[in-house]
Design a binder for this molecule. Structure first.
Ligand code: TXA
Ligand code: MG
Length: 308
């Protein structure tokens, strides 16, 4: 049996599959199976009222999971899926309370990773309708961007029939942009690689500032945090870890753990750098936040959470 069909069958049988996506690795389960979804929460150690993103392989499934879909949401879907974007929409009857955290909305995404799409399509060919997949980390920790990082996080909690699928290093490295599409204008709940500028360009609408009271666990103030203490935009001390764009020099006596040349490289390598800080046993990491709009917004968001 191929790795793809093995993963699809494991999902159909109610097991967990850690699967690669272009943002971060997800811990997937059949989104219509309450027992399977309950195992996601126990493996992650996550409070069970936090809603999950449902992943599907094609836009045809959008109307199965959501209702009253505004035309700008369809524009976003057509422009940015498969890709690093999640849409929050009014739910259909298929999206039960154990997926939505008992809210009347559901979060949906088509991931832009070939292996993820193949697994989702194979699962749907077996009659599956979608998989719920939070990032494959323990609650509050840094999201994994490699299969090894998933194994380090979750090996002690997964069971025999669960799988980890290796799809290489996640290209984007930051979780998807979450866009609330339940009002007249799109609202960004979590910034990501699909930027405000891209959303406005695709829809012709103004993006509303966040401040929604919809629950987003990634929006808890402290999140995405390594063991090392993360400090922003300070002069590092001797022995501190240091993350900054490559044009920022490494101060004397400091451990440079990341020197990206571009914002895209910054995002892609950020979580690996935070994990490296812990592997090296560093007590403190200083990060110099990138300025400006676009992807810099998401990088600053994650660094701020890691630091709080
Ligand atoms: O890039 C991603 O989105 C990754 C990959 C695996 O797809 N997944 C991910 O899932 O980041 P997770 O569970 O770590 O973060 C999903 C976020 C949570 O903060 C959750 O609260 C929010 O999505 N969310 C889910 N359903 C929602 C809903 N109905 N309304 C508002 N926020 C929702
Ligand atoms: Mg997460």
């Amino acid at each position: 049996m191929t790795e793809i069909s093995k993963a699809a069958q494991a999902l159909k049988a109610g097991h967990l599959v850690a699967l690669p996506t272009e943002t971060v690795y997800g811990l997937a389960a059949d989104a219509t199976n309450p027992e399977a979804v309950a195992r996601i929460y126990s493996v992650k150690g996550r409070p069970s009222d936090h809603p999950l993103i449902v992943h599907v392989s094609s836009v045809e499934l959008l109307d199965r999971w959501a209702s009253e879909i505004p035309s700008y949401a369809r524009l976003l879907a057509n422009n940015f899926w498969p890709g690093p974007m999640t849409l929050v929409l009014k739910r259909s009857d298929l999206a039960k309370d154990f997926i939505t955290g008992a809210q009347d909305t559901v979060a949906l995404r088509i991931p832009g990773h070939a292996k993820a799409l193949e697994i989702l399509a194979a699962f749907e060919a077996l009659g599956g309708l979608g998989v719920a997949a939070p990032s494959a980390n323990r609650f509050g920790r840094v999201s994994p961007t490699t299969a090894d990082a998933v194994a380090n996080e979750l090996n002690d909690y997964l069971s025999e029939n669960d799988l980890i699928v290796d799809g290489g290093e996640s290209e984007v490295g930051l979780e998807s942009t979450i866009i609330d599409c339940t009002s007249e204008n799109p609202r960004v709940l979590r910034p990501g690689a699909v930027t405000v500028e891209m959303i406005e360009q695709a829809t012709g609408l103004d993006v509303v500032e966040s401040g929604s009271n919809i629950r987003v666990s990634g929006s808890l103030k402290s999140h995405y945090a390594p063991v090392a203490k993360v400090v922003l935009d300070e002069i590092p001390n001797l022995g501190d870890g240091f993350i900054a764009l490559s044009d920022v020099q490494t101060p004397f006596g400091v451990v440079r753990i990341s020197a990206p040349n571009t914002l895209a490289e910054f995002g892609k390598g950020l979580y690996a750098a935070l994990r490296k800080a812990d592997e090296l046993g560093l007590a403190r990491v200083v990060a110099i936040t990138p300025s400006g709009a676009g992807l810099a917004v998401a990088i600053r968001d994650r660094l701020t959470r890691a630091a709080s």
